[in-house]
Design a protein around this ligand. Structure first.
Ligand code: NAI
Length: 473
């Protein structure tokens, strides 16, 4: 006899397990199918481990430069295996936390590979999910009223260029490095490439980044990307833009060698390791979509604003539906999806209000559209900019580079975008997200009293600067 559930969730990553917890709060009977550990990419192969390594790199740099603060401690040394141990213990602790929450929520977890067997909602029979186990145990059949696909994504590569986990790495492999290489070639200057470039250069690795586009971080506001590039270049990262990597020129000897086409000429690059960070692709294979009406378009599953697919009892959220491939987006999509299943009338997500963050040093963070997008969309806009150099706490903190940029619609005073680069901006961007959620204008942010001295004063000054009202600039 198959087990019956209100909802079966395929995938126990940040999207899936948060959806499971919310569904359980709503009184639904929930099962989750996960082939690996609960916590998914964010906890085991993404956000958390990479941020742990970035933090160690930051502490190393701060220690190295502690003289500036009047603290003399000689020259610090990097113990990379301890850095990795610290990262692993953070992951373990958080993993235990997730396991505990799932247990408390009385959510059944099936540790195997889940597949939708159909039939579709149009059939008089209920749909079924099979769970296959690695150890050959017999399949389990589970029958849900609703299914939530939260199977996430995996690193993609360039066609003709395969990672080997040793010399040619993707971000999953890089997180497992046992030793720091002397040098690395990073292919792709998106979020992952830039975070790794920042971390590795801070840990004294010689970093060269090859980027296909004419600038790094092609989807960020151009001025912000330029500031990140300037600061990373000053630390020693070499960025080569407009570089078309030629996969079949890759050779692995002592070093990895690759040629790239730059302005019509071929140039050779070599380093001890190569990291491919050219995007991620959705995990849509082998989950039984062929047994449903759902089709994969442009590599992802299409949904409506409540995350229903073509089969209204099957929902999909997170990286597998494309869009903003961010953990906090996946988890909120999961909440909206299960609230919709439970007839709770959730508010659809306004993606323009979602913060996105880059945890490099300098950090960058944004909400809403870039200046280039505002221009393209034909907005008549005004801009307020304010530098960290004029913020007292930034001097105290010892980090005065970077700025905030607020873009507002001249006609309506609506905020179109807020972009920040500099110290602690990945935490401070939440205020911009709240302002957008509450439909605040730049004037309203400017009238909000910010504590002094704090780094957060920069957003108030930037907002005031939209109408030329900034106090300290
Ligand atoms: P991405 O899409 O952000 O960037 C890929 C970069 O590779 C682009 O700059 C692109 O122009 C470049 N590229 C593509 N083909 C190339 C080629 N043949 N040669 C050279 N460059 C090439 O992808 P990324 O950085 O791998 O990140 C994947 C996803 O994970 C993104 O959606 C990102 O937002 C998310 N993520 C978010 C993080 C965060 O929130 N802090 C951290 C890490 C990842």
């Amino acid at each position: 006899m198959a087990d019956e559930y209100d909802v079966v969730i395929l995938g126990g990553g940040t999207g899936g397990y948060v959806a499971a917890l919310r569904a359980s709060q709503l009184g639904l009977k929930v099962a989750m199918v996960e082939k690996d550990k609960l916590g998914g990419t964010c906890l085991h192969r993404g956000c958390i481990p990479s941020k742990a390594l970035l933090r160690s790199a930051e502490v190393y740099q701060q220690t190295k430069n502690s003289n500036e603060f009047g603290i003399e401690i000689g020259s610090p040394e990097i113990n990379f295996s301890k850095i990795q141990d610290r990262k692993n213990s953070i992951m373990d602790k958080l993993h235990q936390g997730v396991e505990g929450l799932i247990k408390k929520g009385k959510i059944d977890v099936y540790h195997g590979f889940g597949r939708i067997l159909g039939p579709s909602i149009f059939s008089p029979l209920p749909g079924t999910i099979s769970v296959e186990y690695d150890n050959g145990d017999e399949n389990t059949m589970i029958v849900p009223k609703f299914v939530l696909i939260a199977t996430g994504s995996r690193p993609s590569t360039l066609s003709g260029l395969n990672t080997d986990g040793v010399k040619i790495l993707n971000s999953d492999d890089a997180l497992q490095l046992e030793e720091l290489p002397g040098s690395i070639l990073i292919i792709g200057a998106g979020v992952i490439g830039v975070e790794w470039a920042s971390m590795l250069t801070d840990l004294e690795v010689k970093v060269t980044v090859l980027e296909y586009a004419s600038r790094i971080l092609p989807t960020e506001d151009e001025e912000i990307a330029k500031e990140v590039e300037k600061q990373l270049t000053n630390k020693g990262v070499t960025f080569i833009k407009n570089a078309k990597v030629i996969p079949d020129t890759v050779k692995k000897d002592n070093d990895v060698i690759v040629h790239a086409e730059i302005s019509g000429n071929q140039e050779m690059f070599s380093a001890e390791k190569m990291l491919i960070s050219v995007g991620r692709e959705a995990n849509t294979e082998n989950i039984g979509l062929e047994n449903t009406e759902i089709r994969v378009e442009n590599g992802v599953i299409a949904t409506n604003e409540f995350y229903q697919t073509k089969e209204s009892h099957i929902y999909a959220i997170g990286d597998v539906i494309g869009g903003m491939q961010l953990a906090h987006v996946a988890s909120h999509e999961g909440i909206v999806a299960v609230e919709h299943m439970a007839n709770q009338n959730p508010i659809p997500i306004e993606y323009n209000h979602v913060p996105s963050c880059i945890y490099s040093s300098p950090e960058a963070a944004s909400v809403g559209i870039t200046e280039e997008q505002a221009k393209k969309k034909g907005y008549d806009y005004k801009i307020g900019k304010f530098p960290f150099a004029a913020i007292g706490k930034a001097l105290v903190y010892g980090e005065t580079e970077g700025f905030v940029k607020v873009i507002s619609d001249k006609k309506t005073d609506d905020i179109l975008g807020i972009h920040m680069v500099g110290p602690q901006v990945t935490d401070m961007i939440s205020e911009a997200g709240l302002a957008q959620f509450l439909d605040a204008t730049a004037w309203e942010i400017g009238q909000t009293i910010h504590p002094h001295p704090t780094l957060s004063e920069i957003l108030r000054e930037g907002a005031l600067a939209v109408d030329g009202l900034q106090i300290h600039g």
